[in-house]
Write a protein that binds this ligand. Structure first.
Ligand SMILES: Cc1ncc(COP(=O)(O)O)c(C=O)c1O
Length: 183
């Protein structure tokens, strides 16, 4: 089910989410747009009240902050694409951030064919034994891509400052969200 977006920012409207959220809602997926983070405090309150997970598509907002908190720390999981048109690039691929160790373990297995330990861990343990304990895919960012990403990350502040200058020329606001609405 889709919720409406605010026509000024094109970000998901928490009041529209509030009208649609219910006992069968499993997740609210907030999509940050053109550098702007969604109204995460409102969305988080709604999710805490009604139960679904709050997931962030933060592909457009790497480098932005929301009331002093960095994008990537505002939802249970936040996804970032590093495709060449994004704030930084690794050529292809991306990352997911979470501060939940259980979710992290699931994500690490999911990207690695559902295998319970990756090649580095097997090397450190001195064994090549592993189990494929659930369904998974190959979604690993290669070390070469990651090396490019690390050098790009060092330039993120410069890229963000430049983006903010360009944004001032445009109609969209800089990453200053409206005050949260209550649930
Ligand atoms: C907001 C947003 N989410 C997700 C994606 C998908 O990223 P990828 O192509 O790296 O999977 C894009 C790509 O343009 C995007 O703009």
């Amino acid at each position: 089910m889709f919720a409406d977006v605010d026509p000024d920012t094109l970000l998901i409207d928490p009041e529209s989410v509030a009208r649609r959220i219910g006992g069968r809602t499993r997740a609210v997926v907030a999509v940050d747009y053109a550098g702007q983070p969604c109204e995460y405090d409102s969305l988080r309150r709604l999710c805490e009240t009604h139960g679904p997970a709050l997931l962030a598509d933060a592909c457009h907002s790497l480098g932005a902050s929301y009331y002093g908190r960095q994008v990537g720390s505002l939802a249970e999981m936040s996804a970032f694409s590093f495709h060449p048109v994004k704030p930084i690039t690794t050529g292809e691929g991306g990352i997911v951030t979470t501060d939940d160790p259980e979710l992290e373990a699931v994500l690490r297995r999911w990207r690695n064919h559902g295998i319970d330990r990756d090649a580095r861990e097997r090397g450190e343990r001195g064994t090549w034994m592993y189990d494929m304990i659930e369904f998974g895919i190959n979604a690993r960012l290669s070390d070469l891509h990651a090396a490019l990403g690390r050098s790009q990350l060092r330039r993120l502040d410069t890229f963000t400052a430049r983006t903010n200058v360009i944004r001032k020329w445009g109609r969209l606001r800089a990453s200053v969200p409206k005050p949260p609405v209550s649930s």
